[in-house]
Design a protein around this ligand. Structure first.
Ligand code: F3S
Length: 768
């Protein structure tokens, strides 16, 4: 019945192609009658189907099969876009092949307030913004200038499409699930693949179904659903899975409220999070002037935007949550899965040495800065004012999610009422949520507690202070606590009293705010979007060669025969080695667009099996000890090839492509490990490196200081998919031994290796 409507939706207008998606699903379903979960529908309908690739539903093994997908859209923020765009430029393509946007939100430092902070950012980061703006113009990318808002909020307002698939270089990209769009956080290398028209690869995720029944009551909001779920699943319980909500409760929630859940699903390590299409999504689309999307979505609701009947038995796990009995939650400190129902927080606080007085209350971030969120805060401010309490008890920071939210809440008087209560309205950006906070009220390492409506509360996350105890909860609970002033406050049982300046107030109890889901009218605010021209070929991108923040990439040299002979060992890494060990963030953040400079951090936190000093190694040339990058540079200067020996799960953690770019840039040929994290292994291949694993993991232990390694069958015609490689090891005393190594290159990836990188391969193919 519904399939008959296929063909009616012009993909250009929608930003998604329902016709094509339905046709791919039809083909899949022609071979299997199995009902599909919503996650499967949205992912599998984006599979690349061509002569080379045929997909069989019965052969897709969730958790194992690698899907090759074509996302509808890509988004990058300013901290990740620099390297992504530099890589894209080096591919030599005239224009991105998939709609892409860049968002200026992470670099703005919060300090004094929106106006001053924006001025500071545009001056301090002028070079980066100019680069992003000019590259976006040239390569057909939409550029959202500083002040536009936070990446996920702007996507939600402008590009959120039920049934779509978006990848973003930020872990909270699942936010789009509040509009029924599958959002997945990826590394820059993945984004560049999709920008370049290459297939985007993802291991078929498992699906965790969450059944919502009942209706939210009183102080409880959707934030509490995800806070509770974090308590159940822990920070890693969603790994490799999409969290799929179902049940009658899903139809009672607002779109932005569902986005809050999807956004924070990143905190349980999930791949993504999705809600079925609902009337509130249609209301939101209409309010943001996209009725045409909801009209099309209405027609494909059953076939594409909801799970098939009977598919629940195919969930890998089901969790039930009764909204009617759910309590407000406050999670923390230091980890978002330390969940405390409000009724238990007081006793939890009593037993710990957490600072009880709150030092800051913060509302905002991409997680909780919708109109509804800020309107709830305003209602509490009104209640307090009526009771004679004029001001919050603790400093209160507020970040609107976007210029649209700022302008709308400004026009409706919400921001003014919050300012009168003492709120400092920051720019529409990430600010304290990502540590871009020039905090002055506490000393470094001074113990203090903050409460926020953000999503993440890892150690030092907001202010680089390891002694800041951070708790996450809903905006209304944050606001109530801003009046209570203490961590052991409970708005349900405790009264609020005025601060010293409002002695005329009588103790009173705050009542749960009744939310207004959407404004009567969304203001668009100041124009902050730079539309790319249809032809950007006449524009140029300039990067100052003397810049220490940006550096154009020079294509890596293609495979040099013999480069895997007589390799020195740069370092034998022992134990855990995440991408944070290989290329840490923190102070290195500012060099993300400068490969030469950021390469100074190569393996700076790694443990060397032969040395006690972290991040250091002994030069195989002269025996001197230096940082790993210093020794690598010296080997490179002497035209000596080298490799790295890794332990188990080398490169786990993030998909940060710098961790693969750096060893390649510094002249490395191979990484030989006991095992690799899958994404890092692929990233190494993309950069033209040889990731290999010991066939017998015990051979790792045989590698000794001063050994020299040759790979005997990796030259043209020798390296074949599925065929092991022989490693010959020459010890210092001249003795030799051989061992088998495995690899996971498929034929296409071998062409990347020969070309010097995947981007070189694209470039060569484009030119020919
Ligand atoms: Fe920014 Fe924090 Fe969201 S860093 S993208 S506001 S999670």
């Amino acid at each position: 019945r519904h399939l008959a409507t296929a063909g009616a939706y012009p993909s250009k207008t929608l930003g998604v192609d329902y016709n094509k998606q339905i046709s791919v699903l039809e083909t899949l379903k022609s071979k299997s009658q199995r009902p599909l979960t919503l996650t499967e529908k949205l992912l599998y309908s984006h599979l690349i189907v061509d002569g080379e690739r045929e997909w069989d539903l019965e052969k897709i093994d969730r958790g194992k099969t690698i899907l090759e997908l074509r996302p509808d859209r890509i988004a990058c923020h300013d901290a990740t876009a620099t390297m992504a765009l530099l890589q894209f430029i080096s591919a030599g393509l005239p224009r991105v092949m998939t709609p892409t946007t860049v968002h200026s939100d992470h670099l703005i430092i919060s300090e004094k307030g929106a106006k001053e902070d924006l001025e500071r950012a545009t001056s301090e980061h002028a070079e980066v913004y100019d680069f992003l703006s000019s590259a976006s113009r040239k390569y057909g990318i939409g550029f959202w200038k500083p002040g536009s808002g936070i990446i996920h909020t702007v996507i939600f307002e402008n590009y959120g499409m039920p049934g779509g698939l978006i990848i973003g270089t930020d872990s909270h990209t699942p936010n789009a699930g509040g509009l029924g769009m599958l959002g997945i956080g990826v590394g820059g290398a993945d984004a560049v693949d999709a920008m370049s028209g290459m297939p985007w690869e993802l291991v078929a995720p498992k699906v965790i179904g969450v059944n919502l029944t009942g209706q939210l009551q009183g102080w409880t909001s959707t934030k509490d659903i995800i806070c509770k779920l974090a308590g159940i699943l822990t920070v890693s319980g969603g790994k490799g899975s999409v969290i799929e909500f179902f049940g009658p409760g899903t139809q009672t929630l607002g779109a932005t409220a569902m986005a809050t859940i999807c956004n924070m699903s990143a905190e349980i390590g999930s791949t993504s999070c999705i809600f079925p299409y609902s009337p509130s999504m249609a209301r939101y689309l209409a309010a943001t002037k996209r009725d045409y999307v909801s009209q099309a979505a209405d027609q494909v609701r059953d076939v594409l935007l909801t799970a098939d009947e009977g598919s629940h038995q195919y969930y890998d796990r089901i969790i039930d949550i009764d909204l009617s009995s759910l309590e407000p939650h406050i999670n923390g400190p230091f980890t978002p899965d330390l969940a405390h129902p409000l009724s238990e927080l007081k006793s939890a606080v009593a037993g710990k040495d957490w600072p009880v007085e709150l030092s800051h209350a913060m509302v905002g971030s991409c997680t909780n800065s919708s109109y509804e969120d800020l309107d709830k805060c305003r209602q509490l401010v009104r209640q307090a004012k009526e009771a004679g309490v004029e001001k919050f008890k603790v400093p209160f920071l507020l970040t609107p999610g976007s210029e649209q939210i700022r302008a709308t809440t400004e026009a409706d008087g919400i921001l003014d009422e919050l300012r009168e209560a003492g709120a400092v309205v920051l720019s529409s950006s990430c600010g304290p949520c990502v540590g871009s906070w020039d905090r002055k009220d506490v000393e470094h390492k001074e113990k203090n507690s903050v409460i926020s409506s953000f999503n993440r509360n890892f150690i030092g996350r907001h202010d680089s202070n390891p002694a800041t105890h951070s708790f996450v909860t809903s905006p209304e609970i944050v606001t109530a606590f801003a009046y209570g002033g203490r961590l052991d406050f409970n708005p349900i049982t405790d009264e609020v009293t005025g601060s010293d300046s409002s002695l005329h107030s009588k103790p009173f109890k705050l009542q749960p705010p009744v939310s207004q889901e959407l404004p009567l009218h969304f203001e668009t605010g100041i124009e902050t979007y730079q539309e790319p021209p249809s032809d950007g070929s006449s524009f140029s991108v300039t990067v100052d060669p003397k810049s220490n923040r940006l550096q154009l990439l020079t294509p890596f040299q293609k495979w040099q025969p013999g480069c895997a002979n007589n390799m020195k060992i740069l370092i034998k890494v022992s134990g855990k080695c995440t991408t944070d060990h290989i290329s840490p963030a923190g102070p290195w953040y500012k060099y993300r667009g400068h490969l030469e400079n950021i390469s100074n951090n190569l393996l700076i936190s790694a443990t060397n099996a032969f040395l006690p000093t972290l991040g250091h190694t002994k030069s195989p040339l002269n025996g001197e000890i230096g940082t790993v990058s210093e020794v690598a540079r010296d080997l490179q200067a002497h035209r000596v090839r080298w490799c790295i020996i890794g332990d188990h799960n080398y490169g786990e953690g993030s998909s940060r492509e710098h961790a693969a770019l750096e060893p390649r840039y510094l002249g490395g040929t191979a990484i030989i490990a006991r095992s690799f994290a899958r994404i890092h292994e692929t990233n190494l291949k993309k950069q033209g490196m040889l990731p290999l694993t010991f066939n017998d993991p015990a051979d790792y232990d045989r590698i000794a200081e001063g050994d020299q390694i040759s790979l005997l069958d990796v030259e043209e015609g020798e390296l074949q998919p599925g065929k092991p490689v022989t490693m010959s090891v020459q010890a210092k005393d001249g003795s030799t031994w051989e061992a088998k190594l495995n690899h996971s290159f498929h034929q296409g990836q071998i062409t990347w290796l020969r070309a010097g990188s995947a981007l070189n391969h694209i470039k060569a193919n484009t030119a020919s």
